[in-house]
Design a protein around this ligand. Structure first.
Ligand SMILES: [Fe+2]
Ligand SMILES: [Fe+2]
Length: 268
């Protein structure tokens, strides 16, 4: 298959073509085409669960594709990938069930395969672990802690509890990737080059697809304000996932909490 058969171009950058989807799904390519709401109305609650469900489906596909693409990876790492597939399929099913309990349905909102589009361009397992587990799922840990509070404040303790349960699994997915990346880098410094290549590609694509100031999505929400919604670094879980204190301090600095870093770093 030629490269052009496997990729698509969106806003000037190359992405892997979308995975197959059931006919009920409307697949879009930009955040402007999504229906992300900025409140906790009934339709927004369904949309949040729908988007999350689809994200878990995508993660399952990404990790399963990693198993297929890197058959020579160490057996224990392949076992971790396989266990993650089980977790992600369970996460999708749990969110689908909750979506239906709130009156929603599969395909009710447009979906986007951004994470798939980026990770499937990466031709090494260290790069995929760095981008998918360490970056995307690391960010999801921050988001899930925030969402747990949001659902709880919105008077929906069952969904808040679900977020907490998913978070426990995500910590493990990030931690095993951190451990393997550290070990692989120790055994072969070339691993670091692969990680850097992955992170640089992610930065390039993220910059190209980032909304312009004032750009609104399909339901009229201002995307540049929306993306600045308060998602704070989840320091406790990032420690559990074995990010270093220096890495956590760096995240806090980027959020404008540089002056607090000393007090969050043990021994300083
Ligand atoms: Fe998950
Ligand atoms: Fe995960």
């Amino acid at each position: 298959m030629s490269d052009s058969d496997q990729t698509k171009t969106v806003r000037g950058v190359k992405l892997r073509r979308d995975p197959a989807r059931e006919g009920c799904f409307t697949v879009v390519e930009l955040h402007t085409d999504l229906h992300d709401y900025d409140d906790m109305s009934d339709v927004s609650r369904r949309q949040r669960l729908h988007r999350h469900m689809h994200n878990e489906m995508q993660t399952l596909e990404i990790v399963a594709q990693g198993l297929a693409d890197f058959p020579d990876a160490p057996w224990e790492l392949r076992m971790q990938l396989a266990r993650q597939c089980w977790d992600e399929s369970r996460h999708s099913a749990i969110l689908y069930r909750r979506l239906r309990e709130l009156g929603g349905r599969k395909g009710e909102f447009p979906v986007m395969n951004y994470e798939w589009g980026v990770t499937q361009l990466l031709n090494s397992l260290p790069a995929r672990l760095a981008v998918q587990n360490r970056t995307f799922e690391g960010g999801e840990m921050d988001l899930l802690r925030q969402q747990q509070n949001m659902w709880s404040l919105a008077g929906d303790p069952p969904t808040a509890l679900l977020m907490d349960a998913l978070l426990a699994d995500e910590v493990h997915h990030v931690r095993y990737a951190n451990r393997w990346l550290k070990q692989m880098a120790h055994e072969n410094p070339r691993t670091l080059l692969q990680v850097v290549a992955g992170v640089q590609l992610l930065q390039k694509i993220t910059a190209a697809l980032a909304p312009e100031p004032g750009e609104v999505n399909a339901v009229g929400v201002n995307l540049t304000e929306f993306t600045h919604a308060e998602v704070m670094t989840n320091v406790g879980d990032r420690r559990l996932a074995e990010f270093t204190e220096a890495e956590i301090a760096d995240l806090l600095r980027k959020e404008g909490f540089g002056s607090l870093v000393a007090s969050t770093t043990p021994g300083t």
